[in-house]
Write a protein that binds this ligand. Structure first.
Ligand code: 3PG
Ligand code: MG
Length: 402
């Protein structure tokens, strides 16, 4: 976990009339050419409005998708001009067909104070992912100051995130600051007891996360497919459930590490099982000690959910990453929904600080109807995970150096 960040905020930059390079994360979900969720745009608005209000000329930059250093027309950022303008109350947003070079320079030269230009997808150039100094210099030529509001891309040591931050006076935007503040409240200096809920399919993708969390949290709730790997490692028969049998030793080592650190691991005591993961399957609730050989664990059972609700009642801080069951296929969303609603209620009552993050997590909490009731929901997926793993995020480190 990094210490309290020491970097400049927007208040530290004098931006009147200056060109401000604003790194945002406009890597938004799109289906059939339409934006399906505007959260990342909405959450960027406070910084955009602050820059405009102070008379900055705003040069907005982002990646979109993974075009791998080539121009891929379907990955253009141009379709976001409309939604951005709408989010700014109808203020015009210009567009530059390239993020560096003459097209970008001309578009930036046209900007008046308080105006915004969106540059084309940074990842159309290989220099972005390569953290190439020449590419960073070409970006730097377009601005006087640098603001990073892309916490969700801060785990990427890419040119617009890392090298560029070192070439201009740099500050964190409001969203970057909010993300870091809330994560710090969870893990750096939390009110205790502190609980973590970690779900998702595989232990192997969350090893570093679990290893760090057992040393920091008082209660570690493990759900989802990962729980099966732990149960199996502890001698429980999990039938045909998703389970990483080869991770048994690793799982036992994590249990041991938790014990040594005084962290209590909570695993399901009952489960909702079915023969296959599909809607309309015959399902049943069984004790975790009686999972039929031919069935799969697809959610935590009601007794486990009840137990978690009770335990959360004693906690003061909660960090949540990953669903507890196969929430996309009802009724296997129930466990997640019950526990999420309880967390929302405790948050409403002012008894719990609840912070959640990660793509699936946000979708699962939204489905449970509690997204707005959590204290804070991160816009980040990978970056949220890496922070919970205790890793230094290159984008944050570069701001600290600036
Ligand atoms: C995200 O959506 O998690 C960020 O924008 C990072 O995208 P990437 O995983 O393609 O680097
Ligand atoms: Mg990602």
């Amino acid at each position: 976990m990094s210490d309290t960040p020491r970097f400049k905020s927007l208040d530290d930059l004098d931006m009147e009339g200056r060109r401000v390079l604003l790194r945002a994360d406009l890597n938004v979900p799109v289906k059939d050419g339409r934006l399906t969720d505007t959260t990342r745009i909405t959450r960027l608005v406070p910084t955009l409005e602050a820059l405009r209000g102070r008379g900055a000329r705003v040069v907005l930059m982002s990646h979109f998708g993974r075009p791998k250093g080539k121009v891929v027309p379907e990955m253009s950022l141009e379709p976001l001009v409309g939604p951005l303008s709408e989010a700014l109350g109808g203020a015009p947003v210009a567009f530059a067909g390239d993020c560096v070079g003459p097209a970008a320079a001309a578009a930036v030269a046209n900007l008046g104070p308080g105006e915004v230009v969106l540059l084309e997808n940074l990842r159309f150039h290989p220099g972005e992912e390569g953290n190439d100094p020449d590419f960073a210099a070409a970006l730097a030529a377009l601005g006087d100051l640098y603001v990073n509001d892309a916490f969700s891309a801060a785990h990427r040591a890419h040119a617009s995130v890392e090298a560029l931050a070192r070439l201009r006076p740099a500050a964190a935007g409001h969203l970057m600051q909010a993300e870091l503040d809330h994560l710090a409240q969870c893990l750096d200096d939390p009110r205790r007891p502190l609980a973590a809920v970690v779900g998702g399919a595989k232990v192997s993708t969350k090893l570093d996360l679990l290893g760090n969390l057992v040393q920091r949290v008082d209660l570690l709730v493990i759900g989802g497919g990962m729980a099966n790997t732990f149960l199996n490692a502890l001698g429980v028969a999990v039938g045909r459930s998703l389970c990483e049998h080869e991770m048994a030793d690793t799982a036992r080592a994590i249990v041991e590490k938790a014990r040594a650190a005084g962290c209590e691991i909570v695993l399901p005591t009952d489960a909702r099982v079915a023969g296959a993961l599909a809607p309309g399957q015959e399902e049943q609730v069984v004790s975790i000690k009686a999972v039929p050989q031919d069935s799969m664990i697809l959610d935590i059972g009601p007794a486990s959910a009840e137990h978690l609700v009770r335990r959360l009642g004693d906690c003061r801080t909660l960090v949540w990453n990953g669903p507890l069951g196969c929430f996309e296929t009802p009724p296997f969303d129930r466990g997640t929904a019950v526990v999420a609603r309880a967390a929302a209620e405790l948050t409403d009552d002012g008894r719990l600080l609840s912070v959640a993050g990660g793509g699936d997590t946000v979708a699962a909490l939204a489905q449970a109807g509690v997204l707005e009731r959590f204290s804070y929901v991160s816009t980040a997926g990978g970056a949220f995970l890496e922070w919970l793993e205790g890793k230094t995020l290159p984008g944050v480190a570069a701001l600290e150096a600036g």
